[in-house]
Design a protein around this ligand. Structure first.
Ligand code: HEM
Length: 244
């Protein structure tokens, strides 16, 4: 059972992640978009979207630091365990709260506005539910266990198992004693990756980064009044006059 959950499942999800993107690109390039609904509702989106995206960037950065950087590297760089814990719990809590608030606004918008409700697909509902579940589990680990509780050193266990998947040497024993919340969050994370290519999240790979360095588009106002319409040429007038 533990081989199935901690080895087979992650690889199966990663395979679906890769194959799913290829399939989506080949079959649904016109659907490869954010499916923006800004024109239908902008009041909640204006606050919810930046909160959600800034929170998500912070949480992704925190995951990269916590899961990909071995504890021995930060120790070698002179960062004590206490300092690391302080930075990770403070950063994780702040960015996590931003993510939760942004996500709550984006979900509320889908219920409050009838126009948004009508353009919400089943896949959107599944995606929002999956994100909410992941965020609740993640925040339970960070806030309930690592900030307020006894703490769990995921860098010596979960993170080592996680990196092992990419080195093709995953060790399921490292996950067997992890708190349930962390186990569910890690399994959920891989299932989330498998869901990704079938949702609007594909827009992440098409972020318009070129906007940052492309030349400005210059708009000019018309200062002089537009010229009066010219009378139609005589030949045309002849054709359309009732007497002709
Ligand atoms: C396999 C993939 C994933 C793994 C192994 C993983 C692991 C972790 C760990 C170990 C923590 C605790 C960090 C701490 O206490 O300092 C955490 C927190 C968190 N995770 Fe994940 N996670 C994964 C995917 C995701 C995904 C896909 C989401 C959101 C959709 C997510 C959202 C969060 C949030 C909101 C927190 C709390 C804030 C923070 O500490 O950054 N995680 N995750």
């Amino acid at each position: 059972m533990s081989t199935l959950v901690w080895i087979v499942l992650p690889y199966a999800c990663l395979a679906v992640f890769v194959a799913g993107h290829v399939w989506r690109w080949r079959h649904d390039q016109f659907g490869w978009t954010t499916h923006t609904s800004q024109l239908l509702e902008n009041r909640l989106l204006r606050l919810g979207s930046p909160l959600f995206h800034l929170g998500a960037f912070g949480v992704i950065g925190g995951h990269a630091m916590g899961l990909l950087v071995p504890a021995s590297w930060t120790a070698a760089a002179g960062v004590s365990e206490h300092t690391y814990h302080l930075v990770s719990v403070t950063g994780g809590t702040i960015t996590g709260v931003m993510l939760v608030a942004g996500l709550a606004l984006l979900i509320a918008r889908r219920f409050v506005s009838g126009r948004i409700r009508r353009v919400t697909t089943t896949m959107d509902r599944i995606l929002y539910a999956a994100m909410a579940a992941m965020v609740v589990l993640g925040m339970s680990g960070t806030v309930v266990i690592n900030l307020l509780g006894d703490g769990y050193d995921y860098r010596e266990t979960l993170a080592v198992w996680f990196r092992g998947i990419f080195w093709l040497r995953p060790d399921p024993a490292l996950m067997s004693d992890a708190p349930l919340v962390f186990q569910l969050h890690a399994i959920g994370g891989f299932l989330f990756l498998a869901l990704w290519p079938f949702t609007r999240l594909v827009h992440v790979w098409s972020a318009p980064l070129a906007y940052l360095w492309r030349p400005y588009v210059v708009y000019r106002g018309r200062r002089t009044p537009a010229p009066a319409a010219q009378p139609a040429p005589a030949a045309v007038r002849k054709v359309v006059t009732p007497s002709s």
